[in-house]
Design a protein. Structure first.
Length: 336
């Protein structure tokens, strides 16, 4: 094995897929999760997919004492920090919960890594830091607009904390990966997205409607300035996204230079809500019950990434299509 990588929130949607890809690349993930937004069976599924072990330590990443008590003896080569609350709507109702969890966990992880002299840190960020962009596609140099939600602000703040920590002269190598809209599931259909309650994202709503968990899907607005009037997003297969995290931690491990950088992760083009619905129907042979509703507050009209920097710095680009992601998402839904 190439070494142990701490993966906070490793039982979650993107974290679990990243653990699979870490194992595929010869690393041993050490998962820390409090299962506030994930399920324990995911750990067994990771082992089933890979045939390899991954260590689980259950606990709260906001507690430096917990981290030091349970992880200090591990010989870690790096950390990928996913552990965060992520529901945009909920964050507006529970802002203190989001600020405490997302910011305190990042500070505690950085303090812990400093205490064990582990300098390689990959941070799970988001395209929400850009708000409604003035120019498309979005590059890493696009202006950071006021966030639309406490969730978005927490990601902006965490990036600022990491940058300030780097600028203070501390020995750290850090990459903040700003990803767009993860969708799909592992092709084995053993792990995938597990939203608690009402989904916040389009594709789980589509699959839950298709299987009958929900009576119908509402498309929020069809009068936007887009070709079919519905919002446009950059939808990226979660397996492609997971592989980018592995490339990011590998890049830091082999580098000898302290660095803080931000990198967009997306496909480089956008699809509208109606395009996603039509693609799902076509690839899976299913008619979806949906209706057009009013616009939803806070929705950005269109956003998609310029991914050239990710290709230059990580030698990474997406390999899987929207259709493959929607087929994998449906196969995952059918197993639940």
């Amino acid at each position: 094995m190439k070494g142990k990588v701490l993966v906070t929130g490793g039982a979650g949607y993107i974290g679990s897929h990243t653990c699979v890809e870490l194992i595929n690349e010869g690393y041993e993930p050490v998962i820390v999760d409090n299962f506030s937004n994930s399920e324990r069976f995911v750990i067994d599924r990771i082992r089933e997919i890979t045939g390899a072990k991954c260590t689980l330590i259950e606990g709260d990443c906001t507690s430096l004492g917990f981290l030091e008590s349970n992880l200090k003896t591990l010989d870690l080569v790096g950390c990928i920090h996913f552990a965060a609350l992520k529901a945009v709507g909920e964050s507006s109702k529970l802002p203190l919960k989001y600020y405490h969890n997302n910011i305190a966990s990042t500070v505690a992880i950085l303090e812990f890594l400093k205490s064990i002299n582990c300098v390689n840190f990959v941070f799970s960020s988001s395209c929400t830091v850009y708000g409604q962009p003035d120019v498309l596609p979005v590059t890493e140099k696009s202006p950071i607009k006021p966030a639309e939600s406490p969730y978005g602000r927490s990601k902006q703040m965490c990036e600022d904390i990491i940058k300030d920590y780097f600028n203070s002269g501390k020995n750290i190598k850090a990459l903040a990966l700003r990803y767009f809209n993860p969708i799909g599931a592992h092709p084995s259909a053993l792990i995938g997205e597990l939203p608690l309650g009402t989904p916040n994202n389009l594709v789980p709503f589509i699959t839950q409607t298709a299987i009958g968990k929900r009576a119908e899907l509402t498309v929020f607005g069809n009068d936007y300035n887009t070709p079919d009037g519905t919002c446009i997003r950059d939808y990226i297969h979660v397996v492609d996204l997971a592989k980018a995290h592995v490339k990011a931690i590998k890049k830091l491990i082999v580098s000898n230079e302290s660095v803080f950088d931000v990198i967009n992760l997306g496909t480089g083009h956008g699809n509208s809500v109606l395009e996603v619905i039509e693609s799902f129907e076509k690839v899976n042979g299913i008619r979806l019950n949906y209706k057009i509703g009013p616009r939803r507050n806070g929705d950005v009209e269109k956003v998609y990434a310029d991914c050239s920097y990710a290709k230059d710095t990580l030698n990474w680009k997406t390999e899987l299509s929207l259709e493959e992601a929607l087929k994998d998402a449906w196969n995952w839904e059918k197993t639940l």
